[in-house]
Write a protein that binds this ligand. Structure first.
Ligand SMILES: [Zn+2]
Length: 244
């Protein structure tokens, strides 16, 4: 069992019904984060991701993905000059290429070696490496724009990941995170109906955030959410900075 809520660290949780894919879910009674409990073991997750061929899927419609990422990055960074950019969990690298085209020093990291190989072939002018953000933080390199899209819901543990993100961010740097929004107006409130939503898919997705349940996590790591823009789709887009 997870003994504390991964976002607010509260200990008061309720078991939700039903299960999905043989995984149980609990909801934190303080911040309302929903998460898988117990979390799958590292062995289970490694076996799952060994068979995970998402890279191939991500290679489709690359041009429109680059275009969309350019629009996103430009809208977040509109008042600033393009500086050092990194996509944490960059997959095949389309957001890194988008940042490069916008004039950033563009970098991407992913722990999926296959995805990085494809990224290097596709976008030879950007910088890619197979590494975790925890490893990167050890080097002391800092970035003006950290992009981290559809990553946090996959992680069984967020403490070291967020600590590393913050360590890699410059004082005025922007952290841009996206994750599915299970509090979105288009989705049902009752878990018995919400569970059918395609984004609820353990062991691929393990934590399910809303605007309020992500707030304690950001705050504990010394981050202020500058803006959570309205979205017609159930995706939480968070723009955060280090509290100054
Ligand atoms: Zn909580």
């Amino acid at each position: 069992m997870v003994d504390r809520c991964p976002s607010c660290h509260g200990a008061d949780t309720s078991l939700l019904v039903p299960q999905k894919n043989n995984y149980s879910f609990v909801e934190c009674n303080d911040c309302c984060l929903i998460f898988v409990d117990p979390m799958p073991s590292d062995e289970t997750l490694n076996a799952f991701y060994d068979n995970y061929h998402k890279s191939a899927q991500y290679l489709s419609k690359l041009d429109s993905k680059i275009r969309r990422a350019k629009k996103r990055i430009r809208s977040v960074n509109w008042f600033k000059k393009p500086g050092k950019f990194i996509d944490v969990g960059c997959n095949v690298g389309f957001a890194v290429e988008a940042a490069r085209l916008l004039g950033f020093d563009a970098n991407g990291i992913d722990i999926d070696a296959n995805a990085i190989e494809v990224a290097k072939e596709q976008f030879s002018q950007a910088n890619f490496s197979v590494r975790s953000v925890q490893d990167l933080a050890e080097c002391g390199e800092k970035f003006d724009f950290i992009y981290c899209s559809e990553v946090i819901e996959h992680l069984p543990e967020l403490e070291s990941f967020f600590a590393a993100l913050v360590k890699c961010l410059t004082k005025d740097g922007l952290l841009y995170i996206t994750t599915p929004d299970n509090g979105h107006f288009s989705l049902p409130n009752e878990f018995s109906k919400l569970v059918d939503w395609t984004s609820i898919r353990p062991p691929e997705h393990l934590m399910y955030f809303t605007k309020s349940s992500v707030a304690p996590l950001l705050s504990r790591h010394g981050l202020n959410s500058v803006k959570i823009p309205f979205s017609f789709k159930p995706t939480l887009k968070i723009i955060a900075k280090v509290k100054g």
